[in-house]
Design a protein around this ligand. Sequence first.
Ligand code: ATP
Length: 367
Amino acid sequence: MTIRRLQLQHFRNIQSADLTPAAGINLLIGENGSGKTSLLEAIHLLSLVRSFRSKKLKNLIQHESERFTVFAQLASGDDQTLYPLGIQRGQQDEETEILFCGSRPSGVAELTAALPVQLINPDAFRLLEGSPKERRQFLDWGVFHVEPSFMPQWQRFQRALKQRNSLLRHGRIDPLQLQLWEQEIARCGEQITLFREQYMEALRPLFASLLKRFLDVDDFKLGFQRGWDKNMELAESLLASRTKDAEQGFTQSGPQRADIRVSLDGHAAMEVLSRGQQKLVVSALKLAQGALLSVVTDKQCVYLIDDLPAELDRHHRSIFCEVLEAQQGQVFITGVEAEALATGWQQPEKIMWFHVEHGQIQPGVQP
Ligand SMILES: Nc1ncnc2c1ncn2[C@@H]1O[C@H](COP(=O)(O)OP(=O)(O)OP(=O)(O)O)[C@@H](O)[C@H]1O
């Protein structure tokens, strides 16, 4: 879905904003600290009910205010039906209030499925060098959107894993009980891994063609490590590691330890690439996910690109703009200076410009 209208109240430094964005490219220009990232944060919140820079949602409430509200009207393609989505959080509230199409959603997954959002910000390179957990989140975001059975399998897997870990931690090595949970872990874990492998298989060619455009490289590898000994089935691996796991008090191998790795010419990408090149590799991964999403499900991903010009030269900025325009989803791009974002577009007349100043957001023409 795309965002037809977006309204914010008391969100970070934005007291009040009401935007009608374009279904394609939206450019937000403003000085440092004007509120551009805050707007992206609000859209991210609508999809995942969490911020990409604060652990506590209360931090998003404007100082001296009681609560924030983020409200959007979502629409799918040319469909005239609007799907209202609102999120509110107060200083005193125990819970975040969410209403989607007039009722409380069954879970965050319902919002994520309705509004798939991808963020590319100046920290994007961290996906390559950060913890495997971030890369698993990246991978599972994609699998979740294209494979409806992934989520229930993942939940069952997590429940069983928790039970096994609890038995191990309490030193209760009752083989029968362990076997029960290990069977469930193995059943769901093998299935989750199959979904992940199939997903990676489908992602590779899309990633390859984007990487070719961004960096002009052919010799790359997008590897997937499933999280346990490749010569064993998961059930065998769990059985073999019981004693070691009991010593540690948790399960050390399985899909909860999976990882992905990008290498070029046989070297890990993060070790041989510049910061700008790493940003392009991560962008290629995220754009490939969006492309795969639309091929498999017909859904479009909303892209949030914070400070697009950072670390990129003019040539690579242009390629980035062309790629974004071609993927036809809704995109919100921020930048400090309009000149850095003014060129490289094939259809500049379709772009919507917004000026952000001291928390005020106004539509405008290209400066
Ligand atoms: N809860 C809050 N209430 C009021 N203001 C806040 C709150 N949290 C952050 N701010 C302020 O909001 C301003 C906007 O921050 P934001 O990161 O959105 O700016 P930006 O336009 O993206 O800047 P940059 O170009 O430097 O990345 C900052 O000055 C920040 O100090």
